[in-house]
Write a protein that binds this ligand. Structure first.
Ligand code: NCD
Ligand code: ZN
Ligand code: ZN
Length: 395
């Protein structure tokens, strides 16, 4: 394969710590095949597939199925995330050991998309994953503080009369699990951190040497709760879009490294789950195909882009957090490299119908975004060429 890379930026293949691929169970919204095509188009060579499928990925069988679907599709490495507890309302630990020992070799376990915030269960899970070097990816929501919530709690929710989702619902769980991480000595990763106070708590925890990491989503780096005034359900997401002041702190924390990684929380939803009233709509938005562009915007724009920091937050650090050793590395002679080539001077307009994802719930429709992914290579084989999915990618 010959690529004219004149003027392009070389990045190690991007790694997403937080992708909802919806298979098994909601193949009308996304499949492993369509979701990993979207990943490749976004410059990703590896994605961590979140556990809130149907059935939930709480057994060795489901995680092995997801990993096998990823291999068969061949667009990106798919590392399944196991559920920390059984089912969507689980009150009992899932088969963590069996998933870890399975062919999927799961290391990360999560309550994302579930509502388990029981501290006893979390302590037991932390002690268990510590025995084999695993970690817990914490969705960070105290559900008793978010019952009925529709958007961020603040000036805009008060004006619109919508029940608010308070920042403390997130911060209380982050504070608690920082303490549990220190108590057990186990690793905790905080998903989709969205408030300024959460950043403070994580900064202090890291200063004490706590074994914690954190991710931020592109949408929390760009959009605010002002978007809820449109009542367009495309802006409904967990955790909710916050205030301008939170966005500014999140951007600073990402640049600084207090927040370790960008993660998409790519959350495809079928039309019937989004083309409805705000209150009835499912939370979540697409992320894989726009994440790099939004990250560049949030970190100062294409002219100011510090590509080394971008590589660190979108590839090297997430690869390290997830233990994906073949990823997050610069290409070396004689190795099958995972990398992406980006045009730093190009722009593109987001057209939902042109996305590789099966779903259309992007909040950036019609927006002109900076930088394009020109090529993505998975183990030396092109998955994307000239900005389009390369053919013959099945192994
Ligand atoms: C996610 C989903 O749709 O699965 N939704 C969301 O709004 N982020 C679940 C989650 O990440 O909490
Ligand atoms: Zn979540
Ligand atoms: Zn999620």
């Amino acid at each position: 394969t010959v690529v004219d890379a004149d003027g392009l930026v070389l990045l190690p293949g991007l790694v997403d710590l937080h992708t909802h691929l919806r298979e098994p169970g909601r193949e009308d919204a996304e499949t492993v095949h369509s979701g990993t095509r979207a990943a490749a188009k976004g410059g990703y060579t590896a994605v961590c597939a979140m556990a809130n499928s149907y059935p939930v990925a709480d057994t060795a069988g489901v995680v092995e199925q997801v990993a096998a679907l990823g291999k068969a599709a061949g667009y990106a490495d798919v590392q399944p995330v196991g559920a920390v507890s059984v089912g969507l309302e689980g009150r009992q630990l899932a088969e963590i050991g069996a998933m870890a020992r399975s062919a999927a070799a799961v290391r990360m376990f999560s309550d994302d998309g579930h509502c388990v915030s029981d501290p006893i269960l979390m302590r037991r899970a932390l002690e268990y994953v510590k025995t084999f070097g695993g970690l817990i990816a914490q969705h960070a929501e105290e559900p008793r503080l978010t019952e009925g919530a529709q958007m961020n709690e603040g000036a805009v929710s008060a004006e619109l009369g919508l029940p608010g989702w308070p920042a403390v619902a997130e911060e209380a769980i982050i504070a608690r699990d920082v303490l549990l991480a220190e108590y057990t000595g186990a690793r905790v990763h905080f998903c989709h951190v969205s408030t300024a106070r959460s950043v403070d708590i994580i900064r202090e925890a890291k200063a004490r040497g706590a074994n914690v990491t954190a991710e931020v989503c592109p949408h929390h780096l760009l959009l605010t709760d002002e978007a809820a005034r449109t009542y367009d359900p495309v802006y409904k997401v967990n955790p909710p879009l916050r205030r301008e002041a939170d966005v500014a702190v999140l951007r600073g924390a990402l640049a600084e490294g207090v927040i370790d990684a960008v993660a998409t929380d790519h959350a495809p939803h079928a039309p019937q789950d989004k083309d409805c009233e705000w209150a009835a709509a499912r939370p979540g938005m697409l992320g894989l195909e726009t994440a790099l562009s939004i990250t560049v915007l949030a970190l100062g724009g294409p002219a100011e882009a510090d590509w080394d920091t971008i590589a660190e937050r979108t590839s090297r650090t997430p690869a390290r957090i997830a233990g994906l050793e073949a990823h997050g590395r610069d290409p070396k002679p004689g190795t099958e490299a995972n990398f992406t080539l980006v045009d730093p001077a190009a722009t593109w307009t987001v057209v939902p119908g042109e996305l590789a994802s099966l779903s259309r719930n992007t909040p950036y429709a019609g927006m002109e975004l900076p930088v394009t992914v020109q090529a993505t290579f998975l183990r030396g084989r092109a998955t994307v060429l000239n900005g389009k999915i390369a053919e013959e990618t099945t192994e």
